[in-house]
Design a protein around this ligand. Structure first.
Ligand code: MG
Length: 456
């Protein structure tokens, strides 16, 4: 058994600091358990393996490949690739599953394994439990004559690009005709394998930084506004129309406007949804902590907005059950079912450029048309009584608010355009409180009102 005390194990992955909990032994054990699970589940015994650009990536990639072979899985190695590219390869190749060696937006000292099912979606709660059951007993290993092989797949990125170009409402000629000048920051993550080709095909003139895929992140890799100073300066210096920033595994996209200002990652999904809904009105799905900007976009388009528990797979599953048109997360993660049910930054970039092309407006004026909200996040000590009772008490204290109990407690006041979401941390004895309103003072005031109303 593995010591998981220094690891973060979730339904669809395992994450840790390199050398402090996360070792090749840990990666190999999880990869072998995943391979045994995938082989039993099928179809077949192929598992796609890819990684982001992290310095520890090659080491863990080799450990994962060996472990997959040891349980009789044939490894299809896509090398350094965006996580959504790995997921699409699983689907395209009819594999039994996929593994992405990536810690997504986490700092440089982290790495992780993410588990992908045969549909190309991450494992959900039930699938994750079935997979982890293989960790409890002895993992069934292959004998010498049953070991898996390794082949490489050089075309995964190209297939991903072709899938994007065949989105029905992406008009390649219209985008190319605009000859957009784009500033790009791939943070030395896996984005360098796809974004230059994507933008080249879209006829853009590109000024790029951090395209090297060596994992030596020159900034904090999460693409939140405060980490995008270098890209803001690049936009101003080059006079670009727009700046694009991704995280290391290329599932989140952040935008910088033509005047060199990071507009905040909440706008990515709101603007991408605005474009999709112009062509195809339908349900939009997001999580309980995503900005109200999206409610406004859905309302204007006359379509329902459905909220799912936090966690990408929860949003993706709800998109399936609602037959949603578009969805995702407020952190810059856009999901377009036309391509696949996972967050995909190249898809998001294509949708945003299409929006600029067909509206003839700049990014800043499009963002201004959506209005502005302020989000305030706080941590409060976890009350001693059970959280369900705490949520009951809070819901009773604010009877005028709509209460959603899918994931913690979300209280919303739609007429006043504000909401609050409380959910416990999985790792610390705290409750996270997120509030959004039209002004910072109002959002901060809502946090304080809730804090005061919390039973001790
Ligand atoms: Mg990511």
């Amino acid at each position: 058994m593995i010591d998981t005390s220094r690891l973060m194990v979730s339904v669809s992955g395992v994450r840790g600091r390199v050398g402090e909990g996360l070792t090749p032994e840990v990666i190999a054990t999880f990869a072998a358990a995943f391979g045994a699970y995938a082989r039993q589940r099928g179809p077949g015994n192929k598992v796609v393996l890819g990684r982001d650009s992290r310095v520890s990536g090659p080491m863990f990639h080799r450990a994962a490949a060996a472990a997959l072979q040891s349980v009789g899985c044939d490894v299809i190695d896509v090398g350094i690739a965006p996580t959504p590219t790995v997921q699409l390869a699983v689907e395209d190749l009819g594999a039994a599953g996929g593994l992405a060696v990536t810690a997504s937006h986490n700092p440089i000292e982290w790495n992780a394994l993410k588990f992908i099912g045969p549909t190309g979606m991450f494992l959900d709660g039930d699938e994750g439990r079935e997979m982890r059951a293989f960790l409890e007993g002895e993992i069934p290993r292959a004998t010498w004559d049953q070991l898996g092989g390794v082949t490489t797949d050089e075309d995964a990125v190209e297939r991903h690009l072709q899938r994007i170009f065949s989105i029905p409402f992406i008009d390649l000629d219209a985008i190319r005709a605009r000859k957009f000048h784009v500033a790009l920051d791939c943070v030395r993550g896996a984005g360098g394998t796809i974004f230059p080709r994507l933008l080249d095909e879209l006829g853009c003139r590109v000024d790029a930084i951090n395209l090297e895929t060596d994992g030596r992140f020159p900034r904090e890799p999460e693409p939140v506004a405060e980490n995008l100073k270098e890209l803001e300066a690049l936009v101003r210096r080059t006079g670009a129309d727009i700046g694009l920033a991704t995280d290391p595994d290329v599932d989140r996209l952040s935008l910088v406007s033509g005047d060199g200002r990071a507009i905040g990652e909440d706008y990515t999904l709101a603007l991408a949804s605005m474009l999709v809904l112009r062509h195809r009105p339908g349900a939009v799905v997001t999580n309980l902590s995503t900005s109200r900007l999206l409610d406004d976009v859905a309302e204007k388009a006359g379509v329902p907005l459905v909220r799912a528990p936090v966690g990408e797979i929860n949003v993706a599953r709800r998109m399936q059950s609602e037959s949603a048109t578009v969805g995702g997360e407020g952190n810059g993660g856009v999901i377009l079912p036309d391509v696949h049910l996972t967050r995909d930054a190249p898809v998001a970039a294509a949708l945003i450029l299409q929006l600029l092309a067909e509206t003839g407006q700049g990014l800043q004026s499009l963002a201004d048309s959506l209005g502005r909200y302020e989000i305030v996040k706080e941590k409060v000590a976890r009350p001693s009584q059970p959280l369900d009772a705490v949520y009951d008490a809070l819901a009773a204290r604010f009877p005028e608010a709509d209460a959603d109990r899918q994931d913690g407690l979300r209280l919303s006041w739609p007429a006043e355009k504000k909401w609050a979401h409380l959910r416990p941390s999985g790792t610390e004895p705290i409750v996270r409180v997120i509030c959004e309103a039209q002004t910072r003072d109002e959002a901060a005031g809502l946090v304080e009102t809730l804090r005061a109303a919390l039973p001790v």
